[in-house]
Ligand binder design. Structure first.
Ligand code: HEM
Ligand SMILES: *[C@@H]1O[C@H](CO)[C@@H](O)[C@H](O)[C@H]1NC(C)=O
Length: 332
């Protein structure tokens, strides 16, 4: 790129940021609670570490919760709200029902935070911090989490059904769901790398195992030995709530194995393997780069993309509220 076009890009980016910031929205800042709640980051890290000890899957579940929060009306803690007279919970939406977990851990962190800095720290920020801690404690990168989000006073179950990707989405649909929230192909590939840890139920990929697209055969992109493992764990005709590791090699570690898996036909979800379907595509070349070193490029991009995702339409300033209880809005 020539220096004059990069100048133009800087100007465009600045204009875009000013437009997004709008009139009364403040920017997020990693120093937001430095005075009002100085021990916050350490408290969250300690609490997530404790949760991880009793449940090695928990860090993955927390990272996913933050994702499911941010894709629905921005990172406003909406995913945490329970059903009530005023709220139709996102927990009942298809991508979350009998699937999203970690709410008790967020409640526990929130009550610890309330006891040291009452009424100051939003649930949306706690979730963003807990997601960063989860990645770090699993061997992944750490980053300074931009803070200052406020909690929303609404939930959007329809939005959760509409905006969140499903494991059968085509690549086009995945890309459009990401670009609808301002995330690009690098964000898509880097954030999908979160499937380096955690579990998925058989039903989320069983369409690949026995009768793929009506072919009476498995998805041909599945590595045969991996297919055998999955068929053993997910017998045909069963309901399919059995859990499988998203990364068969290092199930609880945050590393770049996800990208090797894709190169080897060992992506678990159809949407994972789809990213590598065209090995000469720009997406595949990002995947090849993430797989080609010790994980440092992936880690670097993942941190940036988590900050991008964590910055989706935050409520700031005096918008929204700081909830006292992450499961309900302050008014009821
Ligand atoms: C690209 C589109 C994506 C699709 C279609 C997708 C879909 C899914 C599905 C179906 C599961 C298994 C749920 C279950 O069986 O209960 C899952 C798990 C998971 N997803 Fe995604 N996901 C996507 C992107 C992401 C992103 C962007 C993140 C985070 C940055 C993420 C993080 C996770 C994690 C950590 C788990 C494991 C959760 C646990 O064990 O509790 N996913 N995803
Ligand atoms: C395979 O899938 C096709 C189309 O989805 C369906 O019509 C057919 O009944 C299925 N066959 C079996 C044996 O499940």
């Amino acid at each position: 790129m020539s220096s004059s076009s990069s100048c133009i890009n800087i100007v465009l980016v600045t204009v875009a940021l000013l437009t997004v910031s709008g009139s009364h929205a403040d920017r997020l800042s990693s120093s937001f609670y430095d005075e009002s709640c100085p021990g916050l980051t350490d408290l969250v890290l300690t609490a997530v570490a404790q949760a991880q000890l009793s449940d090695p899957r928990m860090p993955a579940s927390i990272v996913r919760l933050h994702f499911h929060d941010c894709f629905v009306d921005g990172c406003d803690g909406s995913v945490l709200l329970d059903d009530s007279e005023m709220i139709v919970s996102e927990k009942g939406a298809t991508p979350n029902k009998n699937s999203a977990r970690g709410f008790d851990v967020i409640d526990d962190i929130k009550s610890q935070v309330e006891s040291v800095c009452p009424g100051v720290v939003s649930c949306a920020d706690i979730l963003a911090l807990a997601a960063e801690a989860s990645v770090f404690l699993s061997g992944g990168p750490s980053w300074d989490v931009p803070l200052g989000r406020r909690d929303g006073t609404t939930a959007n179950k329809d939005g959760a059904n509409k905006n969140l990707p499903t494991p059968l989405d085509t690549l086009d649909v995945l890309q459009s769901k990401f670009s609808a929230v301002g995330l690009d192909d690098i964000d898509l590939v880097a954030l999908s790398g979160a499937h380096t840890f955690g579990r998925a139920q058989c039903k989320t990929f069983s369409s690949r195992l026995y009768n793929y697209s009506g072919t009476l055969s498995p998805d041909p992109s599945l590595d045969p030995s991996y297919l055998a493992l999955l068929e053993e764990n997910c017998p045909q005709g069963e309901i399919g709530t059995t859990l499988n590791n998203l990364d068969p090699t290092t199930p609880d570690a945050f590393d770049n194995n996800y990208y090797y898996n894709l190169q080897n036909g060992q992506g678990l979800l159809q949407t994972d393997q789809e990213l590598y379907a065209d090995t000469s595509s720009p997406l595949a070349s990002i995947i090849d780069r993430y797989a080609s070193d010790d994980g440092s490029l992936f880690f670097e991009h993942f941190a940036v993309s988590m900050i991008n995702m964590g910055s989706i339409s935050p409520l700031t300033g005096s918008d929204g509220e700081v909830r006292f209880d992450c499961r309900k809005i302050n008014a009821g």
